[in-house]
Design a protein around this ligand. Structure first.
Ligand SMILES: [Zn+2]
Length: 304
C-alpha cells in the first residue's frame, strides 16, 4: 500500500503518494497557510486528493521545520511563518487510527538516504544539509539519534570557532555561521562594504560567490577556502565521534560539487587517517528529492 509523504515548509506544503520502492506516484503542493485552521484544511484537502481512488490512508510520514517530538509528533518549536503549529500534534490532523510519524526536515532527508540513497544498508551515517541554514542528522547503530528532548543531530550548530559570529541558536561560531548560504553571503557583503578588491557584484548570492571563487577572485576564494577548512575540522571531529560508514552532504550549496567535495575530502582524510585508518566516503545526496516527500515516506517505511 502506498503511503503519504508530506513536507511542511514555511512557504509550501509538498505532499506525495509514495510506493514502498520509493516512487512518487502522485504529487501536489500548496502554499503554506497563515493560520492553523487553514493549515489543517489544506493538509486534509491535499491528502484527500492524493488518495482519491487509491483507498484509505494507512500511514503518513511528515517532515517539518523545527523541533518535533519524536514519539508523539508534537511540534515543540517551529520557526517563522508556521509558528502557529507550536504545541500541536501533527497526528491529530489525520483520522484516528492513522499511523503518523514526523521529524525535522534534515532527519527526514537522512531517512530517505538510508532507505533509498547514499546510506542504503548503512547502520552508521551522518548527513549535513548546507542550505540557507545548516541542518544535520545522525544514524548510529541503525537508529536516527534524537536525544533526550529531540535536539540531537543539529550538526549545523556544532561549534567550530570559539569566539565566532553570533548564531541564530544563541551560540557563537557554529557551522551555520561559516558555511550556510546566509553566512557566505554576509561574508561577501562585508568584503564589498569594506570596498576591498573583488569582482563580486553588490547583493552577491552564495552561488555567485562560488562562481567568482572558481574564476579566481581572491576575496571570494578566501571566503570559500576558509569555510571549507573550518568545515573539514568539524567533519573530522564528527568522524572520530560517530565512526560513520558514510557522510552525505546535501542542500543547495552541495551543488557546487567538486569545488567543495575535493578539498573537503582531502582535508578531512589528512586530519583523520592516523586514527581511523581508512577514508570515510563524503558524498552528495542520492535521493533526488528536492521536495522532501520521499524522505518523509521513508521515515514511515523504515523502523528507525
Ligand atoms: Zn548555532
Amino acid at each position: 500500500m502506498p503511503v503519504l509523504g508530506i513536507d511542511v515548509g514555511g512557504t509550501q506544503i509538498k505532499a506525495g503518494l509514495v510506493s514502498d520502492s520509493g516512487t512518487v506516484l502522485r504529487a501536489e503542493k500548496v502554499a503554506t497557510p497563515g493560520n492553523l485552521d487553514a493549515f489543517v484544511a489544506a493538509l486534509q484537502g491535499v491528502s484527500a486528493r492524493l488518495l482519491d481512488g487509491v483507498g484509505d490512508l494507512t500511514g503518513v510520514g511528515i517532515g517539518c521545520k523545527g523541533v518535533i517530538h519524536p514519539s508523539d509528533t508534537t511540534v515543540i518549536t517551529s520557526p517563522g511563518p508556521i509558528r502557529y503549529l507550536d504545541g500541536h500534534k501533527l497526528s491529530s490532523f489525520f483520522p484516528e487510527g492513522t499511523r503518523v510519524v514526523a521529524d525535522n526536515d534534515a532527519r527526514v532527508a537522512l531517512a530517505g538516504e538510508v532507505v533509498w540513497g547514499a546510506a542504503k544498508g548503512c547502520t552508521d551515517a551522518l548527513m549535513l544539509t548546507l542550505g540557507t541554514g545548516v541542518g544535520g542528522g545522525i544514524l548510529s547503530d541503525g537508529r536516527i539519534l534524537r536525544g533526550a528532548t529531540g535536539i540531537a543531530g543539529h550538526l549545523g550548530h556544532y561549534t567550530v570557532e570559539r569566539d565566532g559570529q553570533l548564531c541564530i541558536c544563541g551560540n557563537r561560531g557554529c557551522i551555520e555561521t561559516i558555511f550556510s548560504a546566509r553566512s557566505i553571503e554576509s561574508d561577501a557583503a562585508a568584503v564589498l562594504h569594506r570596498a576591498a578588491k573583488t569582482s563580486m557584484p553588490p547583493n552577491v548570492t552564495c552561488q555567485q560567490v562560488f562562481e567568482h571563487a572558481r574564476a579566481g577572485d581572491l576575496a571570494a576564494r578566501m571566503i570559500i577556502d576558509g569555510g571549507i577548512s573550518k568545515l573539514a575540522g568539524a567533519v573530522a571531529g564528527l568522524f572520530l565521534m560517530f565512526d560513520p560508514q558514510v557522510m552525505i552532504i546535501g542542500g543547495q550549496i552541495a551543488q557546487a560539487g567538486d569545488q567543495i567535495f575535493v578539498p573537503l575530502r582531502e582535508q578531512v582524510y589528512a586530519r583523520t587517517r592516523d586514527f581511523l585508518m581508512r577514508e570515510i566516503p563524503i558524498v552528495g545526496s542520492q535521493v533526488a528529492d528536492s521536495t522532501g516527500v520521499l524522505g518523509a515516506a521513508a521515515l514511515l517505511l523504515h523502523q528507525f
